[in-house]
Design a protein around this ligand. Structure first.
Ligand code: IMP
Ligand code: MG
Length: 184
């Protein structure tokens, strides 16, 4: 285990199992559509989840990415996420599957949902790896949440703290002293 983690909460095998469930759920949802949905990944946290999920799906999808502003080196949400890198494709008339690493305050999900539906997407489906319902500031839910967690700071399998730990193949709880010393 990485020395900065207090606990590993999800092994590679547990994540892989849930990714297969999420893929099956999406396949069921889109089985009648003739036009491939557009899978939109929110970088960088989604990266491994996104790749594993779209490859586990039977449904053909097209892929696109965007980047929303992050916390910087803090573990607190800024409240008004900005679009740092926008989509390269139009979402007009498309079934969009938004793939997120984590829904925390909900500000990012609300912002992206409004943006994508505002541009004329035919439908919007949000899938998240992690969900922290207790931390929500806006009343929003992902359509599929792989893992509900409490008010802890999670890293690994794409999730970072100050751009570190994304490359861990499992997910764990970051020791409080690591982020509290920077947020003091
Ligand atoms: P929001 O607060 O729902 O807008 O989430 C904003 C972003 O905060 C997420 O997409 C993550 O990048 C980041 N975030 C929130 N909680 C965690 C966490 O526990 N670990 C790593 N990143 C997090
Ligand atoms: Mg993120």
């Amino acid at each position: 285990m990485d020395r900065d983690l207090s606990e590993i909460i999800l092994s590679e095998e547990q994540i892989a199992q849930k990714v297969r469930e999420a893929a099956a759920w999406l396949d069921e949802r889109f089985k009648k559509e003739s036009v491939p949905p557009l899978a939109v990944g929110v970088l960088k946290g989604c990266v491994f989840f996104f790749c594993d999920l779209v490859r586990a799906m039977q449904t053909p999808v097209q892929i696109e990415f965007m980047t929303a502003s992050s916390y910087g080196n803090s573990s607190k949400s800024s409240g008004a996420p900005e679009i740092v890198t926008d989509l390269a494709a139009s979402v007009q008339g498309r079934d969009v599957i938004l793939i997120e690493d984590i829904v925390d305050s909900g500000y990012t999900l609300v912002r992206l949902k409004d943006l994508i539906l505002g541009r004329g997407a035919k439908s919007f489906t949000a899938v998240t790896l992690f969900d922290k319902p207790a931390r929500r500031k806006l009343p929003v839910r992902a359509d599929f949440s792989c893992f509900e967690i409490g008010d802890e700071f999670i890293v690994g399998y794409g999730l970072d703290y100050a751009q570190q730990y994304r490359d861990l193949p499992y997910a764990g709880i970051l020791k409080r002293e690591i982020y509290e010393k920077n947020n003091a």
